[in-house]
Design a protein around this ligand. Structure first.
Ligand SMILES: Cc1cc2nc3c(=O)[nH]c(=O)nc-3n(C[C@H](O)[C@H](O)[C@H](O)COP(=O)(O)O)c2cc1C
Length: 199
């Protein structure tokens, strides 16, 4: 566990963990949550993990909005393609990327978005380490969607800031079934593409 304090008693003890590889292996997308609040201290720990992520030229263009208000969470659920489970999360963290803070805002590589995605995975792993379930929800093409415009207006997100993703959070109330994962030799190569990395 990375964030020991009194509030941790609300979280499933079995899920608390400190070993990096345990955290990576245990992380799953969780879409069902118990009716238990998340202490702000824990959300702060997650945000701190995001804050320490690497970024292009150290631009740190990620910006996070923590949403707990049920009406706003309902709006987010709607905008994210009416994914009902979002409404039951105890908090939603909106990951946004500040184009204006990017070193090269017009670069096709969208570095500010790449940076934000890396930092957001830090946040997701920190949530796992603290015993919370999370689910990454895609919010791509944020500049073209009418619904996203509504969210941006409601949450006062400036025009120069792109909405990258939502992360739902809560104490897990499900054990997800095992999912298909590719073998290492399908995704890792040695010296040239297609030559499997064999250990
Ligand atoms: C970029 C991205 C977008 C995703 N969008 C959604 C989404 O909109 N709704 C959802 O329920 N899960 C979403 N997921 C979660 C994936 O479905 C999930 O990671 C995948 O099925 C593997 O399962 P696991 O996370 O439990 O390992 C998203 C994941 C990523 C990385």
């Amino acid at each position: 566990m990375i964030g020991g304090n009194d509030c941790t008693s609300t979280v499933n003890d079995e899920l608390k963990m400190s070993n990096f590889f345990d955290v990576v292996e245990k992380r799953r997308s969780i879409r069902k949550y118990k009716d238990i609040e998340i202490p702000d201290e824990h959300i702060t720990r997650m945000l701190e993990a995001a804050r320490l992520a690497p970024s292009t030229n150290n631009t740190q263009s990620w910006r996070y909005i923590v949403v707990k208000d049920p009406d706003t969470i309902r709006l987010l659920s709607l905008v994210a393609g009416r994914q009902k489970f979002i409404e039951n999360s105890k908090a939603v963290i909106i990951a946004t990327a500040n184009r204006a803070a990017s070193c090269c805002p017009n670069n096709a590589s969208m570095w500010h978005v790449q940076d934000t995605m890396i930092a957001t995975e830090h946040l997701v792993l920190a949530a796992t380490a603290l015993g919370y379930g999370s689910c990454w929800v895609a919010m791509l093409d944020s500049r073209n969607s009418q619904n996203i415009a509504e969210v941006k207006q409601a949450l006062r997100i400036p025009e120069t800031v792109d909405v990258v993703a939502l992360v739902t959070l809560g104490v897990p109330d499900e054990i997800p079934s095992s999912r298909f994962t590719k073998e290492l030799n399908e995704i890792a190569f040695s010296e040239a593409y297609g030559f499997s990395w064999n250990t």
